[in-house]
Ligand binder design. Structure first.
Ligand code: LLP
Length: 431
């Protein structure tokens, strides 16, 4: 089995955290997002401990809210000692509504409006991560109007191209995120920021991509950033106090994906950064990382009820589910692979080759293709693993499908953390 929190009970059903998935489906309905709080907390601890061990006590991981944003996650990550990255006023609002301290929020986003900036500054956001010079100017002006001095990091593009999906690759020179170092534009960005009156630049941010397994990208990233920090120190006298190296560590969706040693990887990045700082005569800054996927992905799975099989003679078999691209658009968008199980027949041989099709009227609505599961009958529960990241947060109401409920399980019991959307919810704002 892909994860140690999964099991098989005497009925031949899949269990998660010791709970029968059939019971969860019966009690809460399907499609159902299931999050295992114990796994989620263990993932937070892995980061917090490794960052403290290798970067020092002041280092901290920020949870990248975009991976899974809802009120119930914030008390968990806060109690585990994490900060949070938020990318929109909606994420800021959710975190604050959950009682998360504003000073532990880092406000990202490529195109923050003046209204967003005003909201962030007046809420007492800990740091802005400023994407571009237009935003910098607005932020300086608005902070001045509000009589505040806003701390911020400048988002730089290091020009690396990690081998990952094109759509989730953000660190290359040609990118809409941040300001590139290679073209010289970062120099103007830093100089202008240092001259602003109502802000305090604490350091730099960069993020190279997502679902990355190789270590090269991160090692090169910290070398480039340290080198750039040394250059700016020499040219302007500015010394960075903080360095945010983004998120991106990969997770295991299928047996074919490696299992990443997160502490090992953090140790390696830390040693590259320390060596480089020493060589360049820089103090090692306070380091932040922004894991999203590797905090929540493997803590989640989705349960569906199958409508049965459909055999297209001479082509393939389909297994239909009562959800699909509306609750998990990742296969439709990125052809992301998933591990799928027939949760009702875990003792049967998984030899039925099929594609899992969702219920939207769209031929691309698939969750997986040409996989093998135990042959299902209408009404069986189908489990899709590793759906904790970028599923609920990217869900839509396409075809007027209500967003599923979410339960959080811990210590053998489940609690509802997101109610299933109703049809009334969907027409609520329609006049
Ligand atoms: N920090 C920044 C600035 C980011 O842009 C991202 C992700 C993260 C942190 C978190 O990265 P993670 O640790 O989760 O890899 N929707 C896509 C993923 C897009 C990721 C965008 N940025 C997917 O479903 O795979």
């Amino acid at each position: 089995m892909l994860y140690s929190n999964l099991g098989i009970n005497e009925k031949g059903h899949l269990t998660v955290g010791g709970i029968d998935t059939a019971d969860l489906a019966a009690e809460y309905g399907t499609p159902l997002y299931v999050m295992d709080e114990d796994v989620l907390r263990a993932n937070c601890r892995t980061y917090v401990q490794a960052m403290h061990n290798f970067f020092g006590e002041h280092a901290a991981p920020l949870y990248a809210s975009k991976a899974l944003c809802f009120k119930g996650i914030y008390p968990i990550i806060e109690s585990e000692g994490m900060f949070a990255d938020v990318v929109s006023p909606g994420e800021v609002y959710t975190a604050l509504a959950a009682g998360f301290p504003a000073e532990k929020l880092f406000f990202h986003g490529t195109n923050k409006t003046d209204e967003d900036i005003r909201y962030g500054v007046s809420s007492g956001i800990g740091r802005f991560v400023v994407d571009n010079i237009n935003e910098l100017r607005s932020l300086d002006r608005i902070a001045g109007e509000l009589g505040k001095k806003q701390k911020l990091l400048l988002r730089l593009t290091v020009g690396l191209d990690p081998h990952t999906l094109e759509a989730i690759n953000t660190g290359r020179v040609d990118s809409q995120f941040g300001v590139p170092i290679d073209t010289g534009q970062a120099d103007e960005f830093v100089r202008e920021a240092l001259a602003c009156e109502n802000i305090e630049v604490t350091g730099f941010h960069s993020h190279v991509g997502s679902q990355i397994f190789e270590s090269d990208s991160f090692n090169r990233q910290v070398e480039i950033l340290a080198g750039y920090a040394a250059k700016m120190k020499e040219e302007t006298g500015f010394v960075i106090k903080e360095l945010n190296i983004g998120g991106g560590l990969g997770v295991r969706y299928t047996e074919a994906d490696p299992l990443l040693d997160i502490p090992g990887r953090i140790a390696e990045i830390a040693s590259h950064l320390k060596n480089e700082c020493e060589r360049l005569g820089l103090d090692v800054p306070r380091v932040f990382m922004e894991p999203g996927r590797s905090i929540v992905a493997n803590a989640g799975l989705t349960l569906y009820t199958t409508g049965g099989t459909k055999e297209v003679k001479g082509y393939r078999n389909y297994v239909t589910v009562d959800g699909g691209m509306a609750d998990n658009p990742r296969y439709a968008l990125y052809k992301s692979e998933y591990t799928v199980l027939n949760a009702s027949r875990m003792d049967d041989v998984a030899d039925y080759e099929c594609s899992i099709a969702g219920r939207c009227c769209e031929s691309g609505d698939r969750i997986a293709e040409f996989i093998k599961i135990a042959e299902p009958e209408r009404g069986d529960i189908i489990a899709v693993l590793t759906t904790g990241a970028y599923n609920y947060s990217m869900a839509s109401n396409y075809n007027r499908l209500p967003r599923p409920a979410m339960v959080m399980i811990s210590g053998g019991s489940a609690r509802l953390v997101i109610r299933r959307e109703s049809f009334e919810d969907m027409i609520r704002n329609e006049l």
